[in-house]
Design a protein around this ligand. Structure first.
Ligand code: LIP
Length: 278
């Protein structure tokens, strides 16, 4: 199985780079934009074309594997996470950034076996940043090992989070209340890159100390979450419990101490899960 995981990694890395070129080419061109779950939840032809390219390549090379993709899920395909090798895809994480010309966008390809990530690839083609990890073998950016910071206290932390794509006043109220509680702890500051995967890889690279969000999806956190853990980081749910990839609640920190401090601050937001397990 180790050899097969290595083969899946090399395949995922090369495919992400190929699809990243599609994203980079389209980045400066006019875009046909549609919306999904809210007026701020965008999808473009590039999202659709990249996901189709990835799915076709996987089905050709690994026909017996399962696939979970953002856009096929949005089109109504039910998400059932099983123990089978499962490819988890976000063709363009940070679609609002892609639409707006803000350079934090990433092709995300993860592979889960028995519901645990074993391969993670996050490629930002605009900044040419290739983040990779294979379970048990560490994490890299552009081939160089990356490691998290050693921050263990919120007063020393730079925190990443997002408003998300919901424009529900009640939900935004809780999101902003949480941001106020976190920043007044105090922390050094709060930033938002507009992409869960880019936020998580920033923590993995030591550029920030923690990312939290409620509302992103399994395809946003699968690949990047493995990269963060392989860089020495810690992941959990927004209440500090064990991470459930389908529950849309994520904290990824440079240390468990920092993650659990932040978890203790957060008011919880309960959302419908992405799917079920079997
Ligand atoms: C985005 C996430 C981000 C979240 C946005 C959106 P997308 O993913 O990366 O963390 O706040 O609402 O879900 O839709 O750009 O692939």
């Amino acid at each position: 199985m180790a050899d097969e995981v290595d083969q899946m990694f090399e395949f995922a890395r090369d495919l992400a780079r190929k699809c990243g070129e599609m994203v980079k080419t389209a980045f400066d061109l006019p875009k046909n934009i549609e919306t999904k779950s809210s007026p701020s939840d965008f999808v473009t032809e590039t999202d659709q074309n990249v996901e189709k390219t990835i799915i076709q390549a996987i089905q050709t090379r690994f026909p017996d594997h399962e696939i979970i993709g953002e856009e096929t899920s949005a089109a109504g395909k039910e998400i059932i996470l099983t123990d089978k090798p499962t490819w988890v895809i976000d063709p363009v994480d940070g679609t609002t950034n892609f639409v707006s010309g803000f350079p934090y966008v990433a092709v995300c390809i993860g592979v889960m076996i028995k519901k645990n990530p074993v391969v993670g690839v996050v490629y930002n083609p605009i900044l040419d940043q290739m983040f990779t990890a294979v379970k048990g073998k560490g994490a890299t950016m552009n081939g160089k090992e990356i490691k998290v910071n050693q921050c263990k206290d919120m007063k020393d932390a730079l925190i990443l989070t997002e408003f998300g794509s919901s424009r529900s006043k009640d939900r935004i109220k809780v999101v902003t209340d949480n941001m106020c509680d976190v920043v007044l702890t105090p922390v050094r500051g709060i930033r938002a890159l507009g992409s869960a995967a880019c936020n998580i890889c920033a923590v993995a690279s030591g550029f920030a100390d923690l990312y939290y969000e409620t509302g992103m999806h399994i395809w946003d956190i699968c690949a990047a979450g493995l990269i963060l853990r392989e860089a020495g980081g810690f992941t959990c749910s927004t209440d500090g419990a064990e991470l459930d990839y389908l529950h849309r609640k994520f904290i990824g920190g440079c240390s468990s101490e920092l993650a659990l401090q932040v978890a203790a601050k957060l008011k919880q937001i309960d959302l419908p899960p992405d799917g079920t397990t079997q």
